[in-house]
Design a protein around this ligand. Sequence first.
Ligand code: GDP
Length: 313
Amino acid sequence: MQLREDIRNIAIIAHVDHGKTTLVDQLLRYSGTFRENEHVDDRMMDSNDIEKERGITILAKNTAINYKDTRINILDTPGHADFGGEVERILQMVDGVLLVVDAYEGCMPQTRFVLKKALEQKLRPVVVLNKIDRPNARPQQVVDEVLDLFIELGADDDQLEFPVVFASALNGTSSNSADEQLETMDPIFNTIMENIPAPEDNSSDPLQFQVTLLDYNDYLGRIGIGRVSRGSIKVGQQVTLIKKDGTTKSFRVSKMFGFLGLKRIEIEQANSGDIIALSGLEDINVGETVCPADHLDPLPILHIDEPTLQMTF
Ligand code: GDP
């Protein structure tokens, strides 16, 4: 099996305030994904000014970080139970999760809620014990609490072997041992690279792309976000959308986007393993599959159970 060693797709999960935003900011900063003279907003993941300018309302926050020769896609997950369905769909696009836990507070309700879903999907977690700089931090105890939670939630043997990184996202430092001096963000990056599997490379197979999240923009209309699970896709290509009821619609891919830092960038082609956004069809919905006309092979329907959607009826 060939792998796309140039990509890692992960979701970041945490209880609110445990430091997700600060951590992603530091990873971006340290990796130099931004040019030196580029202003880095203090709360980048929460700031979608670029999207606002272009009239995009973004549902899923995707940050792409270039580290050495690898692009790490980090998908943010809402911690609240109201977004359970969205969390599940986000988790379907990734090969592993970064679980951030405050080294003082320990596991909290949202830690449990999102971790349960990640474990159910057989994802491999990397645990980041954050805020290790806090004077009252109790890292070893919290690692034990995390292990207990994994056991309680039914983690398999592989998931129980989770690697741990101790970090101060605030200071931009991390280490694989609680007793050692913290260094740069390299320990976190290296732990991700070594423990989160690279996506399978099956670019030569027929295209298969499932719309996992929807976005909308005044200029482009509906935008389908998802992961290319098989094959490759190009701008201008004529493809077929398989609707939930099994009917099909042919359309031309008008624009495609990848991600860099916190921005979306236009791309011409994407291959298996890439997480992309595409436009060209007004009628696109979550759960539908895009395939070549001569190879219709829909992926299983995703369930959507957001109470917010149900309330509109
Ligand atoms: P999020 O809700 O998970 O995105 O959390 P934030 O990144 O917004 O962080 C919540 C608060 O914790 C902010 O006030 C951060 O400055 C603070 N914080 C984040 N990381 C650290 C850390 O490593 N050490 C300390 N002492 N505070 C941190």
